[in-house]
Design a protein around this ligand. Structure first.
Ligand SMILES: Nc1ncnc2c1ncn2[C@@H]1O[C@H](COP(=O)(O)OP(=O)(O)O)[C@@H](O)[C@H]1O
Ligand SMILES: O=P(O)(O)OC[C@H](O)CO
Length: 515
């Protein structure tokens, strides 16, 4: 699980290049890009997933920082270049995952609490009762849910002994993974900069979506001292120079949450353009222009990106907690497959799902339901069902959940889906992509560079240092690599969609209030 994995070097000529670091949920990777936005080298390393209790998910932030340094060195080595060839570094990251660390020693006070972790459910319910659901959604664009960072910070302050006092004395720093990586890259205890960008800040539930500043009233209601917070900056600007280490002296010039980075990498710069990224979870974002669009159908309002001192661009987001991680679960916990790719072979060994529907509500249900009381179910089981049918149901779960999001997106934005741009690790699964096109009844297109998350971070960093002149130059790099078109009979689609929705209902209400 922790073996480093490198791919591809090529003869893309001589630099300069941009290096992007993607600190993801499953792994950290570094990709070196050339001026045409082509991949020169990749180095990637998985980190441990820590599950201390049902519903809890943690990461060791020190392991992550060690891996980040290793993948950077690996990617430069593989490309046959040194830091002198790198014009800027871009950062992108799993969002919401929350870390508090000691400013003086640089040591985390606790493992990072990962976005999927549900330990703050009860706290969120309490905040909802005391402060009101709408209050948070109005200012931050987010429903009160354990997914977001604010409640996780509060949990740490309440549960790590003596931490609140230390935080109030200004000894503790909070950050999502972008802040942690940038702080360490720029010197750590030796003057590291403590910043985050607007996209990551928009996922904390602590930033006001309209002013782009930390919201004092929300901080007060969450009982979080302002002293722990990083400075909110744009997504594309030089935050500081890397200090020490292999990248010493190179500008750190972008930060975007990974899903916003993918929106950027897919060059969705115009209002109405959307992408969906299939990784550990799945996240569909639609660019909605310079004003936030409220959702009435269970989507999030979030910041898409902000380039330097230009106006921020907003997005609507449909977040699905469990997609690729369900495939991992089939591999690691169930032992039904040996590799993620094997799920396709297994699923293809049968014609259909044999009547089984798998609702992977492992962290409750995210969009469009936001039900923390839901838990996973497999519905429709009979003696007929084999592991191959379950494999098929696993893939279909991702496609049906996307269908629910696209339906909500159309209702909220008024934009009909004409084609879906996709990316992420799961898009190498052809059966899944065909199923997706069938269930959406729309073409699904994948670009030449499927690593759009890193590409987006590289683009934003490159813009900040003048490596690329403007977003039009980036658009010119987008090329289609693959397309799937619908082949499913409409009646069958609607019949199966109804079954899916019935299965979803059965996943809800599993947890009682006091649990
Ligand atoms: N061929 C495949 N079929 C289905 N799922 C896959 C396949 N290859 C990878 N995955 C899943 O995709 C995820 C990895 O994708 P990636 O984009 O690297 O994720 P992340 O950025 O969230 O770490 C894993 O959860 C893995 O189970
Ligand atoms: O690391 P990923 O690609 O699973 O993305 C995680 C998301 O940012 C969570 O909001």
């Amino acid at each position: 699980m922790t073996d480093p994995h490198t791919t591809g070097t090529s003869s893309h000529g001589h630099g300069p290049f941009i290096a992007a670091i993607d600190q993801g949920t499953t792994s950290s990777r570094c990709i070196v890009f050339d001026k045409d936005g082509r991949i020169v080298s990749v180095h990637q390393k998985e980190h441990e997933q820590i599950f201390p209790k049902p519903g809890w998910v943690e990461h060791d932030a020190v392991e992550i920082w060690t891996n980040v340094q290793e993948v950077v060195a690996g990617a430069l080595d593989k490309a046959g270049i040194t830091a002198a060839d790198v014009k800027a570094i871009g950062i992108t990251n799993q969002r919401e995952t929350t870390l508090l660390w000691d400013k003086k020693t640089g040591e985390p006070v606790h493992n990072a609490i990962v976005w999927q972790d549900t330990r703050t459910d009860a706290l969120c319910k309490e905040l909802g009762r005391n402060v009101g659901q709408d209050r948070f959604r109005r200012e931050t664009g987010l429903p009160l849910a354990s997914y977001f960072s604010g409640p996780k910070v509060r949990w740490l302050l309440d549960n790590v002994e003596g931490l609140r006092e230390r935080a109030e004395r200004g000894e503790i720093l909070f950050g999502t993974m972008d802040s942690w990586v940038i702080w360490n890259l720029t010197g750590g205890t030796e003057g590291g900069v403590h910043v985050t960008d607007v996209t990551n800040a928009s996922r904390t539930m602590l930033m006001n979506l309209y002013t782009m500043k930390w919201d004092d009233k929300i901080l007060a209601s969450m009982e979080i001292p302002a002293a722990v917070l990083p400075e909110i900056r744009s997504s594309s600007e030089v935050y500081g120079l890397a200090k020490g280490g292999i990248l010493d002296g190179i500008p750190v010039a972008s930060a975007l949450g990974d899903q916003q980075a993918a929106l950027f990498g897919q060059t969705c710069f115009a209002e109405g353009e959307a992408k969906s990224t299939y990784g550990t979870g799945t996240f569909m974002l639609m660019n909605t222009g310079e004003t936030p669009v409220n959702s009435y159908n269970g989507l999030l309002t979030t910041v898409g990106y902000r380039i330097g001192d230009q106006k921020a661009v907003y997005a609507l987001e449909g977040s699905i907690a469990v997609t690729g991680s369900l495939v991992q679960w089939m591999r690691d916990q169930m032992g039904l497959i040996n590799s993620a790719a094997e799920i396709e072979t297994l699923a293809l060994s049968v014609e259909d799902n044999g009547g089984a529907y798998f609702v992977p509500a492992f962290s409750g249900l995210f969009a469009p339901y936001w039900r923390s009381d839901a838990r996973g179910v497999i519905a429709g089981l009979t003696r007929y069902v084999t592991k191959a049918h379950i494999a098929r149901a696993v893939l279909e779960a991702t496609a049906w959940q996307t269908r629910e999001i696209t339906d909500a997106m159309t209702k909220d934005s008024g934009v009909e889906l004409t084609a879906l741009k996709v990316d992420g690790g799961m898009t190498s699964n052809n059966l899944l992509m065909q199923t997706l096109s069938d269930f959406l009844d729309a073409p699904v297109v994948r670009p030449m560079v499927a690593e759009t998350t890193c590409l987006g971070a590289a683009y934003a960093a490159g813009l900040a240092v003048g490596f690329w002149p403007d977003t039009d130059a980036l658009r010119a790099n987008w090329r289609r690599a693959a397309e799937w078109t619908p082949r499913m009979d409409a009646e069958q689609r609607e019949r199966e969609y109804k079954n899916w929705l019935k299965a979803v209902e059965r996943s809800m209400g599993w947890l009682e209030e006091e649990e």
